[in-house]
Design a protein around this ligand. Structure first.
Ligand SMILES: [Zn+2]
Length: 497
């Protein structure tokens, strides 16, 4: 089994104070209370404010409201979507951002300003992430230790689920912390998975560092199982904070200006560099404009390189794809990655309001892509999760939700949650298994070694407690492996008598 977009390295990197409130007033009162209870914290790093409470069109939360409860210390308050944050005035000062600071990428990675051009303190995507390592690097041994413990636990969960190989979709500036630790495990023979690390591009300037950094990681950290072959690029943001790259604007945001991290020409040129270096690319693409721009770039690069085009390009998440682009994905050989456990029915989804009914009813089309012969892979894409992390990391949860387009019945909020439309996008179990095995191996250029049971391959095998084809479709998520074998050696459970 292969997890083709995961974040085990990032588990435990973030430490937040948890504040909650059912109204704005109560939430702000909880922030004040937290500040009073933690007088010695230099930074107040909090989670999470609900998107629906604060984001309405182009309007989001405002620093003035935080200033009123915490005027003297910096507050970094992350949204429940994690891609956007709410900072007070002191925090903006500390990170050195004022109203003249340019956005890393307008419309996408931004410091939002109000109608008068004043910073609001709402910051999105890479505009925020780029400050993490400077402000929130591991200050003490305790944090370092808890990161190490949590990361190892996450790797163990993945391994116990039968995952033997994964693609790490990135660590938001904490690469050296994460990969030095993984390199130690690898040297000691205690890394339970083949681990494909990465460098992430979440502001346009990082494109210049990507290849040199990948080469440095190879030199400093690569080993038996830890490898670096695939660069990660955020082509757009997410719909929750209106930073998706969309062909048509959000219904509730007249001021929306669509953008992508790179133009098709810039991405084409970067692909030609990857071509020279023999590296692959994995791209975060939520909106249909982001998908189209990647396809245009791949098409242009292939036209230049002809038969010598090396990079395998994967597009991940794929909430919306314009119907005219579906066949291009297959023709260009672009790989599609989905996180199937996201595909259930969400009640009161803010995304439904901003996309409008028609687009909302046409999200996520893994089966169409599969049926037309595109290579589709699957993943967990989770590092947060809290008590549910163990559940979210399970490929069997992914299989069940991908198969039913419903969450497990135990999670339903109504008597019948229905099926996420379009209901003809429910994947077959065979497709899910293929995506989690053979196709994942192809994405990671390991199709000659793993991904199927064949003479000459490495004998990564998983024996499940139950036959997936006989289990009730609403019970698949509870299935576990009884044995996991890696390179012919039993690493979890034991062989049947
Ligand atoms: Zn991810």
């Amino acid at each position: 089994m292969i997890d083709a977009h995961a974040h085990p390295g990032y588990v435990g990197v973030e430490e937040f104070g948890k504040v909650e409130g059912d109204t704005k007033e109560n939430l702000l009162a909880a922030v004040k209370e937290y500040a009073d209870e933690h007088p010695d914290d230099e930074w107040l790093r909090l989670c999470c404010w609900p998107t629906a409470m604060f984001v309405h069109g182009n309007k989001g939360p405002n620093k003035k409201e935080l200033d009123a409860v915490v005027p003297d210390r910096p507050v970094w308050f992350v949204s429940e979507a994690w891609h956007d944050s709410w900072l007070n005035s002191r925090a903006l000062e500390v990170i050195g951002v004022d109203k003249n600071t340019p956005d890393p990428r307008p419309g996408l990675a931004t410091y939002v300003v109000d109608d008068e051009g004043e910073l609001t303190g709402w910051i999105k995507e890479g505009a925020g992430w780029q400050h993490f390592i400077d402000q929130f690097g591991f200050a003490d041994e305790a944090h370092k230790q808890s990161h190490e413990d949590k990361m190892k636990a996450a790797l163990q969960i993945l391994s116990a689920n039968g995952i033997t190989t994964l693609y790490d979709a990135g660590n938001f500036g904490f690469e050296d912390q994460v990969y030095s630790l993984l390199a130690e495990l690898d040297i000691e023979g205690r890394l339970p998975v083949r681990y494909e690390g990465t460098y992430q591009i979440y502001t346009p300037d990082r494109i210049h560092e990507a290849i040199p950094e990948m080469k440095r990681y190879r030199k400093e950290y690569a080993g038996q199982r830890l490898q670096f072959n695939t660069v990660k690029l955020f082509m757009d943001g997410i719909n929750e904070d209106h930073s998706g790259g969309m062909l048509k604007p959000y219904m509730d945001d007249a001021s929306y200006v669509a953008n992508t991290m790179l133009s098709a020409e810039e991405l084409r040129d970067f692909l030609m560099e990857l071509n020279k270096e023999k590296m692959d690319l994995h791209v975060h693409t939520i909106g249909d404009l982001a998908v189209r721009t990647v396809l245009d770039a791949v098409e242009a690069a292939q036209a230049i390189a002809k038969d010598d085009f090396y990079p395998r390009v994967t597009i991940a998440h794929l909430e919306l794809i314009d119907p005219s682009d579906l066949p291009r994905i297959k023709e260009l050989g672009v790989i599609c990655n989905f996180t199937p456990w996201w595909l259930g029915v969400n009640h009161d989804d803010v995304v439904e309001v901003s996309l409008g009914e028609e687009r909302y009813a046409n999200m996520y089309k893994p089966k169409s892509l599969f049926d037309m012969g595109a290579t589709v892979t699957f993943s967990s894409d989770e590092w947060w999760g809290g008590d549910l992390l163990r559940t979210y990391l399970s490929p069997y949860l992914g299989m069940q939700v991908g198969h039913t387009r419903q969450y497990p019945k135990e999670w339903w909020e109504t008597e019948d949650d229905g099926i996420r439309p379009p209901d003809n996008e429910r994947l077959s179990l065979e497709q899910l298994i293929e995506g989690y095995t053979r196709n994942g191996a192809y994405q990671l250029r390991k199709e000659n070694k793993i991904g199927s049971i064949e003479v000459g391959k490495l004998a990564d095998l998983v024996v499940l407690e139950k036959n997936l084809f006989e289990v009730d479709r609403y019970e698949i998520w509870k299935v576990k492996p009884s044995t996991v074998m890696m390179e012919g050696e039993v690493i979890q459970g034991s062989l049947p008598e």
